[in-house]
Design a binder for this molecule. Structure first.
Ligand code: ADP
Length: 500
């Protein structure tokens, strides 16, 4: 405050007119005046409100009557209060953050702005102090500090490694799990390049990640390999998000690294178990074909050559035997087809229109027999093995004909819809439909809703469809209205890599 301003204030205070006092009391900032010894001579209304008490003028002193503390909690000796120092001719200190307590026990934060007034001879005659209330700002700061403490406790207790780096790839923070996972302590690694953790054959990943971060993109669940301090490698899943400063500029990245070594091992185990099972099912069904063929051939020979010697019941039993062998043959060949679905090489691009034509030709017999009308919308070219798409159409259209309503001729529609990430294809019929409780079960192996007398089948067709679609990371499901018809839908993603 300037000497002029100070004089004006003193004048207002001393000119015993009520108007002057009213002006000082109406000031929204707390202020008090003292004599040269620091005794309070005036204390405005805002000061009473802030400090919670009305002092005894001419007696009380601010730093004596109110105990003042510094921001770190240490008490401020009253002869070191900024105004006390100034009154003794010392340096005027502004901007100090102080804490004091009201008589009711609540606390308030303030910053004193002291000034002194001198007479013509230069002797200090008065002191003035403005007390700026900073309680709400300090409260927010404390809350922010507490939130930061909480956050760092969460970060430290996380099972995942949480690391941050700047846009040059220099590590700027490192939590406890990062220490556990990679073997470096925070002291060892902060300030060093993140490439230290990347095996030499994967160094090119870092510039790509940085480029994506600079573009404001997040990298989600990127599965890769990193190197520990001892040189050993670990499988991890990385989620990396850009970190922005207050102005919104990207200044670095936070990285969450999850150890997926165990998961990878479990996946490999499941894969191996699946392969073994596939191999077993393949050999079993393959080896079963031979004796079955024998059974069929000899029961046919028996029926043909010895029919005159066999009575009616024996012939009937023989008929059952042949039917059973035939059914088992179908079952074994379906099972064989099921075990053989695996996508060993990269898929080709197949025109679904051409595939549908081939399937309709092969189903010509049952189409003609049932009087089915089949039409289709324009179908896409999809990244699949032609044989797989053929099997899908064959099973779905075959079922649409087989499970037709006895009351009407089958009407079947094949269509495709383009989605952002691929296609949804649908085979819709007006057949008997499927009750809601069976909508998922029908895709299970050997799951059938009818006896073999009602509709022949093995319960493998839809399981094959599901297995094929899963090979392409797609999904298959049915929407159906019992008695009205069904729509079997499956998705085929645009490309296996998903472009990124
Ligand atoms: P299968 O036809 O050999 O029994 P699927 O696995 O192809 O075996 O089908 C499983 C079951 O799902 C069938 O037994 C049938 O009850 C039901 N189903 C399949 N397709 C249809 C359809 N289009 N309409 C009604 N029911 C169907």
């Amino acid at each position: 405050m300037t000497a002029q301003g100070l004089k004006a204030l003193i004048h207002l205070r001393n000119g015993a007119d009520q108007e002057g006092r009213d002006i000082l009391d109406a000031l929204p900032v707390a202020l008090y005046l003292t004599d040269a010894e620091g005794r309070l001579t005036y204390f405005n209304a805002a000061a009473v409100k802030l400090s919670g008490r009305t002092p005894q003028l001419g007696v009380d002193q601010w730093c004596v009557t109110w105990k003042i503390f510094l921001a770190d909690g240490t008490p401020l000796p009253h002869d070191q209060c900024p105004l006390a120092v100034a009154l003794k001719g010392g340096e005027i200190v502004e901007g100090m953050e102080c804490l004091a307590e009201r008589p009711d026990g609540t606390q308030f934060w303030f910053t004193p702005y002291p000034a002194v007034l001198r007479d013509e001879q230069g002797r200090i005659t008065h002191g003035i102090n403005l007390l700026v209330d900073i309680t709400s700002r300090k409260f927010e700061q404390n809350q922010a500090a507490q939130a930061a403490l909480l956050l760092s406790a969460i970060v430290d207790s996380s099972d995942d490694a949480i690391i941050s780096k700047d846009l040059n790839g220099t590590i700027t923070s490192w939590n406890k799990s990062a220490e556990r996972l990679f073997g470096y302590t925070a002291e060892e690694i902060i300030g060093r390049p993140v490439t230290l953790l990347i095996p030499s054959d994967r160094q090119q990943e870092e510039p790509r990640i940085i480029a994506r971060l600079k573009a404001g993109e997040r990298v989600d669940h990127f599965e890769t390999i990193r190197r520990r301090k001892d040189g050993s490698l670990l499988d991890i899943s990385l989620t990396i998000s850009p970190v922005r400063n207050a102005r919104g500029n990207i200044i670095g990245a936070s990285k969450i690294a999850r150890d997926i070594t165990e998961r990878r091992r479990a996946e490999a185990e499941i894969l191996r178990a699946n392969r073994d099972l596939e191999q077993f099912a393949f050999s079993a069904s393959h080896d079963l074909q031979e004796p079955l063929r024998g059974l069929k051939i000899y029961s046919e020979l028996l029926a043909r050559r010895y029919s005159s010697k066999l009575d009616g019941q024996a012939l009937e039993f023989l008929g059952h035997l042949r039917a059973g062998a035939t059914r088992m043959e179908v079952l074994v060949s379906d099972l064989l087809a099921y075990t053989q679905i695996s996508k060993r090489e990269e898929p080709e691009m197949v025109d679904a229109n051409a595939t549908l034509t081939i399937v309709l030709e092969s189903l010509a017999g049952s189409i003609a027999e049932s009087g089915a009308r089949i039409d289709s919308g324009p179908l896409p070219v999809v990244p699949m093995h032609a044989a797989h798409l053929q099997q899908l159409f064959q099973n779905l259209i075959g079922n649409a004909i087989k499970y037709r309503s006895p009351e009407r001729k089958p009407e079947i529609h094949v269509a495709a819809e383009s989605q952002s990430d691929g296609w949804t294809m649908a085979v819709t019929d007006n057949g008997i439909g499927i009750a809601p409780e069976y909508k998922e079960k029908v895709f299970g192996l050997f799951k059938r809703l009818h006896s073999n007398e009602e509709y022949s089948g093995t319960g493998i067709g839809l399981a094959i469809c599901q297995r094929i679609v899963a090979q392409y990371d797609g999904r298959i499901w049915v929407d159906s209205e019992p008695g009205q018809g069904s729509a079997f839908r499956f998705t085929i993603p645009r490309s296996r890599d998903g472009g990124g």
